[in-house]
Design a protein around this ligand. Sequence first.
Ligand SMILES: CC(C)(COP(=O)(O)OP(=O)(O)OC[C@H]1O[C@@H](n2cnc3c(N)ncnc32)[C@H](O)[C@@H]1OP(=O)(O)O)[C@@H](O)C(=O)NCCC(=O)NCCS
Length: 371
Amino acid sequence: MRPAVIAATGLYTPPESISNAELVAAFNAYVADFNQTNAARISAGEIEPLAPSSVEFIEKASGIKARYVVEKAGIIDPKIMRPVIPERPNEEISILAEIAVKAAEQALERWGKPRERIGAVLCAASNMQRGYPAMAIEVQNALGLGGFAFDMNVACSSATFGLKTAADFVGSGSVDAVLMVNPEICSGHLNFRDRDSHFIFGDVATAAIVERADDAQDGWDILGTKLKTQFSNNIRNNFGFLNRAAPEGRDLPDKLFVQQGRKVFKEVVPMVSEMIIDHAAELGIDPHGLKRLWLHQANINMNEIIGRKVLGREPSREENVIILDDYANTSSAGSIIAFHKYSDDLKSGDHGLICSFGAGYSAGTVFVKKR
Ligand SMILES: CC(C)(COP(=O)(O)OP(=O)(O)OC[C@H]1O[C@@H](n2cnc3c(N)ncnc32)[C@H](O)[C@@H]1OP(=O)(O)O)[C@@H](O)C(=O)NCCC(=O)NCCS
């Protein structure tokens, strides 16, 4: 296998952000209205009143303080509570491809090489805007790239699965360089009326270019990639093309993100910590010597436990990067945002780890060394 490097990355952050206070105000207005409208049924004991959400709970339980979104007004309107994104004509670029292209343009600019060198485009994300044509092909077309393109979805682990796929394509000689994009419009699959999860996700797009090492002047050597999956129903999204075939047909409620957060926390933390330590051992890397962790960004408490186990010490914020406070969980893009924003300062020879975990369950580890 030819060695591969992560040569450049890109990030597109939507301009609008929602603070916890704004989100909770919308949720609690919805709850007050529901409880008032249903007061008679509640006092007759037919239904339970809805409980309010709280800023303090969200920050303490998750570490999230705000999230960027592609459309804010609809989400924080208690009568709507979803992003309002008008459908576009087929002649216009889709919104998911549009944000991917913005992140990709930045990665291509930072890379600084002719884009004809890109032989493949991967769109690796949790939610594709449609079945087909592939989002990746639309991105490839918008950027004027050749080669081939396809979509892949491994939920929150899509980006590490994408990096491994890219490194393997480059390694086998199929192509010399791959562009991976991770457009995540997570607000589209989030139930903003669900107290347990209304605060969890944000929107963003990231991009990474992986190329053959002997073509690269700088960047990050990919020392090893490992993927793992283990079936679980604890994080699920049942939206799909067969929904309309159910006997209830179009009367079905929207199929949105659901999870058993406590179970996910308990099961995923040991699974991922063990995977990182085992993979480091296979590669002959001392995990205590890692200079930086760019972990999946779902929950600050999870990342602190994993960070402690892997590094064998209380990691500083510099060593264990947290971006979920500003971005919330952006699914597959989280670890790539962390890497993009907080990697330039490391020195040649420094080792670090990009790691994802999430629905499936799925997890991926990518050990890198600064050139
Ligand atoms: C989702 C998550 C933040 C919830 O935190 P938690 O500490 O597990 O919270 P729980 O759901 O157990 O709820 C604890 C209490 O807070 C309450 N609560 C839940 N949501 C609340 C809200 N929005 N506001 C106020 N209180 C809330 C619950 O009712 C419960 O009350 P009780 O103790 O009286 O029963 C956390 O479990 C998590 O992040 N898990 C990992 C998820 C993950 O990584 N998923 C990957 C997704 S891609």
